[in-house]
Design a binder for this molecule. Structure first.
Ligand code: GN1
Ligand code: MG
Length: 359
């Protein structure tokens, strides 16, 4: 990898870097915390290398983030509430290193937490509120000006085609071990187009969406545990609000971790589903239509099944997309997602009843 000190020096930091340390546990980008010092004053920054395989056009991605954060800053006076991009010395907001990797830097907040796993229902509700509020604040953002950082990111029917192709090609001879999982995804094929169909019928508008609404992408104040800012804006793109809701449920309302191997621990926690629905809709402040609210369960199931399909596709393709910690990690992740979808199918009517309460 590039000399990180040299990368840091490209940006307009307050003083020179005194330490640089890796941080976070995202599956895609590499992140570092940079400490600088200027006559005794210490400042911290977040430095990220954008994964080229995932985001082919770094500069356009950073441009999206610039547009979004500039817009959000007009909606709040709290500098903590919105990411601040740090410019480079040549007046851009990114730097391309000798290997063609795109880097960007932003401010670093102290006294906040990003929760991989929340401790209380209130914390989960705050994450939901944070993402709902994000949705509301961007409701009048000109969505057409956003660049699609990953084309067809939540185009589930297309994800399914890619999956079927990976099954057919079976490049790594792994198919024999996963016939049952393959059969599961095939059995749900009629479900994949439901959101696109709802859109065609005028029931589901295109909005500005975050597309990675895991709880750890909302910073909470370390003391008050209130939502402070939404982070990880790489995949902010035109999309469906119900998918933002859905990905949060997939990750946060699962009673087990995303890669839990003991599938008896995996289920949808209906209380968490309820709490998240309440917090999200409070944040949206009446901005979603009735049809949209009724499609929230579809969003939850869509994001879970799509993510499972992506993990299994990656497993079949030789683990080229998601970072893995051991052989078979993607397969374990796929299996938890399947188990969670099965549980959602069992609890479907209750999920529908819960969202209806909030209309
Ligand atoms: C990736 O890197 P991270 O953890 O923020 C992925 C998401 C998946 C998630 C699964 C750009 O996000 O779509 O839901 O892993 N992001 C991208 O943990 O593909
Ligand atoms: Mg992410």
């Amino acid at each position: 990898m590039a000399d990180i000190n040299k990368i840091v020096a490209k940006f307009c930091t307050d003083g020179k870097a005194t330490s640089i340390a890796p941080c976070g546990n995202g599956l895609v980008n590499h992140t570092f915390v940079v400490n600088t010092q200027n006559e005794g004053k210490v400042t911290r920054y977040l430095l990220q290398a954008i994964n080229k395989n995932v985001f082919p056009d770094g500069p356009q991605l950073v441009d999206n983030i610039y547009k979004i954060t500039t817009f959000l800053k007009t909606k709040t006076n709290d500098p903590k509430a919105v990411i601040t991009l740090i410019p480079t010395k040549d007046g851009k907001y990114y730097h391309i290193d000798g290997e063609g990797v795109c880097w960007r830097m932003s401010d670093f907040l102290d006294d906040v937490v990003c929760l991989e796993r929340f401790d209380s229902l209130d914390e989960f509700e705050q994450c939901a509120y944070g993402f709902g509020n994000f949705q509301r604040q961007l409701s009048d953002f000109p969505v057409d000006t956003l660049f699609e950082t990953i084309k067809n990111f939540h185009n589930t029917p297309l994800r399914y085609e890619t999956f079927l192709k990976a099954v057919e090609e079976d490049k790594f001879g792994r198919r024999v071990d996963v016939e049952e999982e393959i059969a599961f995804f095939k059995s749900e094929k009629d479900f994949y187009p439901v959101l696109f169909n709802a859109n065609k019928e005028g029931k589901l508008p295109i909005r500005v969406t975050h597309n990675d609404t895991k709880t750890n992408n909302v910073m909470l104040d370390a003391a008050t545990r209130k939502a402070v800012r939404v982070i990880d804006l790489d995949t902010v793109m035109p999309g469906f609000s119900v998918n933002d809701f859905g990905d949060a449920i997939r990750f946060g309302a699962n009673t087990a971790a995303e890669d839990e191997r003991d599938l008896t621990k995996v289920s949808l926690d209906l209380e968490l589903f309820d709490v998240y629905t309440r917090g999200f809709l409070k944040g949206c402040a009446g901005g979603l239509t009735e049809d949209e609210v009724m499609l929230l369960p579809e969003g939850a199931k869509m994001m879970t099944i799509e993510c499972g399909m992506r993990f299994l596709t990656d497993y079949l393709q030789g683990d080229v997309y998601f970072k893995t910690n051991y052989p078979g990690h993607n397969l374990d992740r796929a299996r938890t997602q399947i188990e969670l979808v099965r549980d959602m199918n069992r609890k479907w009517q209750v999920m529908k009843d819960i969202v209806k309460k909030y209309i």
